[in-house]
Design a protein. Structure first.
Length: 519
């Protein structure tokens, strides 16, 4: 007989930004929460973004004023909640008169500055370009405005850590195979498989949240019998290319194209420039998405139309692609499909429901999380109030903390850190890095150097406390050092990670309670 005391209030399927955000919010309200992700956290859409917290300037052309207003307000919230991960970034918009008249751009930027009641970022200003400008000579003027940069995968991890600290049960590499309602238990029955052991486990939850992103409808179709698919989704592919730093500036550019789309040129890490994104409907499997030759040509052509120094395919050092699961609004233009979110509720009875999340963007994940829990309120054990707006994410000491203070706190504990290493720790982990720097008295005590400052204590921390299980998770999502390490260094790291992960699992280190304990 199933023990109702072992039933989760909410089981969340999908460990992208929406699933992680909901898990953190729900656990902080005192609910019993399970978050399971079939692969690694942020391994899908949430690590394939343009890495911006922004209102969405171009959405104004599609009259999505509510979405832009909410996103601009959230931009301010995120600056305060995660000052180590979210930082202001100046954008220059070169004016090309045959694409959009200057008065239209000025009106749009005026709205962008004033749609939100609170805006701590500098206001828009008109700029002129001289001979020293990297832009082509024919581009004489433009506009400067501000949005924010974010480390997207680290933002997901901060929310997963937050959920765990509030008592949520967290599992990566855990696939939900089947969901059915168990009348005797008065709860949903979830059949799960855990990798790499292939252990099959059954758990129960009063409510299910389907936050599986591009796999949303496929999950409903294959794993949840007797629940109709409420909406169609359209998978919109976006690709980015990474080149060595091309501009002697820490600012970004937003480029207009003949097809009315825009492309971002962003400073990336210390030595690179990130260029993207494309917008094309995608009909394959989400896990198979990859950049195509036409996308490379598209991005290079737009860049070369604007700048004096041209880029070519052999300049590209890396690329990535992702698919956004957007709610089908029957738009003919992929770039015009709304980025707003839609929540669809299937109430099985008066005490249990299944909620599916369509659409959304990384900027508004926190508001989406609140909306999801508000919609489930009648199925939850007691009324809980929103709390996340004024609470810092792990890595920040308090809401509104100055990034300089975070740097200083880390430097005080580890004054021997090289400036480059200090900067990476501060902007990736914030104060979380003090956990693996605790008791370390000098650089030698950081342990084995796997290359470019990735040391043993950091790798151990990521495996034991951030659910990292392979080199890809460590290099491309937790640290962004994948661009730096050689093949030989990756091989050495991989050998160590395999051994350390096995040790961590065997000794049940970190925040990894076995699901077997909650059956």
């Amino acid at each position: 007989m199933h023990d109702v005391n072992q039933t989760f209030d909410i089981a969340i399927i999908g460990g992208g930004i929406n699933g992680a955000g909901i898990a953190a919010d729900a656990a902080g309200r005192g609910l019993r929460v399970l978050l399971c992700e079939q692969n690694d956290f942020a391994s899908g859409t949430s690590s394939s973004s343009s890495k911006l917290i922004h209102g969405g300037l171009r959405y104004l052309e599609h009259y999505e004023f509510r979405l832009v207003r909410e996103a601009l307000a959230e931009r301010e919230v995120m600056l305060n909640k995660a000052p180590h991960l979210v930082t202001p970034l100046k954008f220059t918009l070169p004016h090309r008169p045959h694409l959009r008249p200057a008065w239209m751009i000025r009106c749009g930027l005026f709205l962008y500055d004033h749609l939100s009641r609170k805006n701590s970022l500098p206001k828009t200003k008109r700029v002129t370009f001289g001979e020293a400008s990297p832009l082509q000579d024919k581009i004489k003027m433009g506009f400067d405005y501000f949005d924010c940069w974010v480390d997207d995968a680290r933002l997901v991890m901060a929310n997963v850590i937050d959920a765990s600290r509030h008592g949520a049960t967290i599992h990566a590499r855990t696939k939900c195979n089947m969901v059915s309602y168990d009348d005797k238990a008065s709860a949903w029955k979830l059949s799960l498989t855990q990798k790499p052991s292939d252990d099959d486990i059954t758990v129960y939850a009063k409510n299910i949240i389907n936050a599986s992103g591009p796999w949303l409808n496929k999950f409903l179709e294959t794993s949840v019998p007797n629940v109709n698919i409420p909406r169609r989704i359209r998978l919109i592919k976006g690709s980015h290319i990474i080149v060595p730093r091309t501009l002697d500036s820490d600012g970004a550019y937003i480029l207009q194209n003949e097809d009315k789309r825009i492309v971002f040129v962003l400073p990336y890490l210390d030595r690179y420039t990130l260029i993207g994104t494309t917008d094309k409907e995608y009909h394959g499997e989400p896990e198979d998405v990859a950049i195509e030759d036409w996308e490379v040509d598209y991005l290079l052509n737009i860049y070369n139309q604007h700048f004096k120094t041209s880029l070519f395919k052999n300049n590209i050092v890396s690329s990535y692609s992702g698919v956004r699961p957007l709610c089908d609004d029957e738009s003919n233009d992929p770039s015009a499909i709304t980025r707003d979110y839609t929540l669809e509720l299937h109430s099985h009875n008066t005490s249990s429901a299944l909620l599916s999340i369509y659409g959304g963007k990384i900027t508004t994940y926190r508001k989406l999380s609140e909306a999801a829990l508000n919609m489930l309120q009648q199925f939850l054990p007691k009324e809980q109030k929103p709390w996340t707006k004024d609470s810092p994410l792990p890595g920040a000491g308090y809401t509104g903390q100055c990034p300089t203070e975070i740097y200083q706190q880390i430097e005080k504990q580890a004054p021997w850190l090289e400036p480059k290493q200090l900067k990476r720790y501060a902007t990736s982990y914030g104060l979380l890095c003090l956990e693996f720097l605790s008791g370390v008295k000098d650089e030698n005590e950081l342990g084995q150097d796997f290359g470019h400052g990735l040391r043993k204590v950091e790798v151990d921390y990521l495996i034991d406390h951030e659910w990292a299980f392979d080199t890809e998770a460590i290099l491309w999502r937790r640290t962004k050092l994948g661009l730096e390490l050689s093949d030989e260094q990756v091989a050495v790291l991989n050998e160590y990670v395999v051994e350390r992960y096995a040790f961590s699992v065997k000794n049940n280190l970190g925040a990894k309670p076995s699901l077997a304990l909650v059956q």
